[in-house]
Design a protein around this ligand. Structure first.
Ligand SMILES: Cc1ncc(COP(=O)(O)O)c(C=O)c1O
Length: 362
């Protein structure tokens, strides 16, 4: 699918087709609703209050964020139900920030250690309402989270420290390892969450929240004991999601517009380098992004502001001055590199939206 880019565009730029975004939001909402599972989209993908509001208006039960900074921006934008799906260690300046957010919003915070639980408790000491936490479960990604059987240990520490245990959550990030890992990662999410929730309930915790979360697993693990799902990347899509089969190529809503600044035999250079495309790669995808109009081209090397693209022997490339569309490998960090998104409808610019929580990475 070769997108139509607006004419006279300053590059590099992130061009977002609003109609596709709306369709992506509506589809995920409908699919999860039909499974009886709440949608709590991860807003780290777009970091934009207005887009979070569109997701809520479509029926999302609340939002997910990855950092206190993102939470601060979303809460200041008027959004109240916010899950920080991250093991926040509320010490130093983060203690005061966490307390302030707790006073202003309906916050839920991730926890995977006794130290983390105690720091959260100390940060909200004396607050009128209890802080809610969710115990993170490692379903196979081997990043954060505890084994399902250990969830009650963390929950007890949290409860004894005065926190309210809302439930459990996991991110089946090992789905990203390869297309053939998606189904098993989704099954891992369901099984480990079910085990953890059962262990918590047996230990006397009500556990209303059983939260799975990723775009590749969204439609596969919204089942069984799972009560909510937290996909984020589905809103824009990217090359990884297409390769994993999570979204169709036509559902990619964000493209990087880049200008060809140099051309040579067998290669050309675009003005989208590492500070635009980021160096995110996937083992099953060659290069740093896809160029739909030149499907055989490979974005082989990146400097800060140069993307070096190679072509198969003898294949003609674009001309210097041409503006081309690139699908980034992983859209979330790309958005974080830009102040604004250029919003288009039917290929025509209609607005420019600031990336509100840009750089709020902690
Ligand atoms: C804890 C957590 N939840 C949800 C998500 C959203 O997943 P995705 O980016 O696959 O949409 C992520 C993404 O990294 C995450 O780390």
């Amino acid at each position: 699918v070769i997108p139509t880019l607006p004419a006279a565009i300053d590059t590099p730029a992130l061009v977002v087709d609003l109609e596709i975004v709306e369709a992506n939001i509506e589809r995920m909402q409908r699919e999860l609703a039909s499974r009886g599972v709440a949608l709590r989209p991860h807003t780290k993908t777009h970091k934009i209050v207005r887009l979070a509001r569109m997701q809520l208006d479509a029926g999302a039960a609340g939002i997910t964020v990855g950092t206190l900074g993102e939470a601060e921006v979303m809460v200041s934008g008027g959004i109240r139900d916010v899950f920080v799906a991250y093991p926040v260690i509320a010490i130093g300046p983060k203690a005061g920030r966490l307390r302030d957010l707790h006073d202003r919003a309906e916050l839920i915070v991730g926890v995977d250690s006794a130290e983390g639980a105690r720091a959260l408790s100390a940060a909200v000491a004396g607050a009128s309402g209890q802080l809610r936490v969710a115990v993170e479960i490692d379903s196979g990604q081997a990043r954060t989270g505890v084994a399902p059987a250990d969830a009650p240990d963390i929950a007890r520490v949290a409860r004894d420290a005065g926190l309210e245990v809302a439930g459990v959550f996991t991110h089946g990030g090992h789905a990203y390892a390869a297309p053939e890992r998606v189904a098993s990662a989704a099954a891992d999410e369901v099984a480990s969450l079910a085990e953890a929730a059962a262990a918590l309930r047996a230990a006397g915790f009500e556990t209303p929240m059983v939260s799975a979360g990723s775009t590749p697993t969204a439609l596969l693990s919204a089942t069984g004991a799972v009560t909510e799902h937290r996909p984020g990347t589905y809103v824009f899509g990217d090359r990884q999601q297409v390769a994993l089969g999570a979204i169709r190529p036509q559902a990619v809503a964000l493209h990087v517009a880049a200008t060809v600044v140099s051309a040579h035999e067998g290669r050309f250079v675009i003005d989208a380098g590492a500070k635009t495309l980021t160096k995110d790669i996937a083992p099953y995808l060659p290069g740093y992004g896809a160029i739909p109009a030149w499907p055989n081209a490979m974005i082989e090397r990146l400097s800060d502001y140069h993307g070096v693209v190679t072509l198969p022997h003898g294949e003609p490339g674009p001309q210097v001055g041409d503006v081309i569309a690139v699908v980034p490998n992983h859209v979330c960090p790309v958005v974080n590199e830009f102040d604004t998104l250029l919003i288009v409808r039917e290929g025509r610019p209609v607005d420019r939206w600031p990336v509100d929580a840009r750089g709020r990475n902690g």
